[in-house]
Design a protein around this ligand. Structure first.
Ligand code: GN1
Ligand code: MG
Length: 396
């Protein structure tokens, strides 16, 4: 989908959340594939909802309501989850000098959590995490550890939030069999072009069809249970402190919903262990880096280790492989369908993105032994006895 939003419209939206005379600059922000996101720089202190001078920025977003069709439950989830995170955070020790921040929903000048523009677009604003940045690709082992830490802390803080009270903002979001079914329907309806790239994508899917049920089957058998998850913990959703590189926030909370932590761990690893990133043209060069995987998992387990059961560990390898494949399948299907879901720069972008994820999946598969050994080492249980930690809850 190609979205165009004119400058005047963006400024008008920004003016709902900050007094117009104080808006200094509005710029596109980040590389989101779904919403349109802008960074608004405001002048001066004492703006309502911006808590005075320390916060000269806010995040403004035009929600993609083709993807998130019901913004109200999404905003309700956001309130529930950020409120819970803030309450829990008050009782947790992070260690000397570490900060962790939770984005706040900002209100319009008439006290609402969103603004509908004359065309019906849904705008909302969030506090910006100051003195922090979001990096598109993983930089080094330190960064990897911080990305894992961020997800571990997030899961730990939400571990006592009953997932049942959250709305499912995107039904079927990480249920791979549903994506496969949709792919089959699109292929039957629209066919596929004859290019070698398309043929390669079709082969990648055909080879893995029989295995896409792996996590859902484990869930159906009661082996894995639903918890509160982030849904999209990729590298650029972890904000890191500009000065010391420590993770300070996990943002993009629209997909916080009931799910398997495996979706999150898999997504974090497929994103964080691919140092070339999701948008690389030379997709053949993409590789899954096991040392980055070790660093991310170490960081994750430093906050969330007490929470995973033996059975959870058993499915971690499958989760990494599956979520990389699932994202490839989603990009590929969107390409066949004419780019109706993910924002694109040109017609071929989703095809390239798909090939990157399929290549990553192959790289994961070719290193299965190494990756399983890393998981085993870190689980602290060479035999991976099932049920070892079943029922234990997070310490922090
Ligand atoms: C989308 O919009 P963004 O970049 O935060 C997508 C994720 C994908 C990601 C891949 C709601 O996230 O599931 O993993 O692109 N979000 C949604 O970059 O579909
Ligand atoms: Mg997102």
């Amino acid at each position: 989908m190609v979205y165009t939003t004119r400058k005047g419209e963006i400024r008008a939206a920004a003016a709902q959340f900050a007094p117009p005379g104080r808006i200094f600059q509005v710029q596109p922000y980040g590389q989101g594939n779904v919403h349109d996101t802008f960074l608004v720089t405001v002048r001066g202190a004492h703006l309502r909802d911006l808590e005075a001078a320390g916060e000269p920025h806010l995040i403004l977003q035009r929600l993609n309501t083709r993807v998130f069709r019901r913004p109200e439950p999404l905003m309700a989830n956001l309130r529930t989850c950020t409120g819970h995170l803030r309450r829990r955070l008050a009782g947790v020790s992070l260690g000397l000098g570490r900060r962790w921040e939770v984005p706040r929903v900002l209100l319009t000048r008439d006290g609402r959590d969103h603004w509908l523009d004359p065309e019906g677009s849904y705008w909302r604003a969030l506090s910006f995490i100051e003195n922090a940045q979001s990096l598109e690709v993983i930089q080094d082992l330190e960064h990897a550890r911080e990305v894992g830490y961020a997800l571990g802390l997030f899961h730990a803080l939400l571990s006592d939030l009953d997932p049942g009270i959250l709305a499912d903002t995107l039904p079927g979001f990480h249920q791979t069999p549903g994506y496969l079914q949709h792919f089959d329907e699109v292929l039957t309806r629209q066919g596929a072009g004859p290019s070698p790239e398309v043929a390669s994508g079709l082969r990648s899917i055909a080879q893995r069809r029989g295995w896409v049920e792996v996590l859902e089957a484990a869930r159906a058998r009661g082996r894995l249970k639903l918890r509160t998850i982030h849904g999209d913990p990729k590298v650029n959703n972890v904000m890191v402190d500009r000065a010391n590189g420590q993770a300070v926030a996990l943002v993009d909370l629209d997909t916080v919903m009931p799910g398997l932590v495996h979706y999150d761990i898999g997504d974090c690893l497929r994103s964080g262990c691919n140092p070339l990133g999701e948008e690389i043209e030379s997709w053949e060069t993409v590789r899954f880096d096991p040392e980055l995987c070790r660093a991310i998992l170490r960081g994750y387990l430093s906050r969330a280790g007490g929470f995973l059961t033996g059975t959870d560990y058993e499915y971690l390898y499958d989760a990494i492989r599956l979520i990389a494949f699932e994202l490839g399948l989603r990009f590929f299907t969107d390409y066949l369908e004419g780019n109706v879901y993910f924002k694109v720069r040109d017609r071929e972008q989703n095809l390239l993105r798909a090939l990157v994820q399929f290549r990553l999946t192959e790289s994961v598969e070719s290193q299965e032994k190494t990756i399983r050994a890393i998981i085993r080492d870190l689980s602290g249980d060479p035999g991976q006895r099932p049920h070892r930690k079943r029922g234990r809850t997070y310490p922090g």
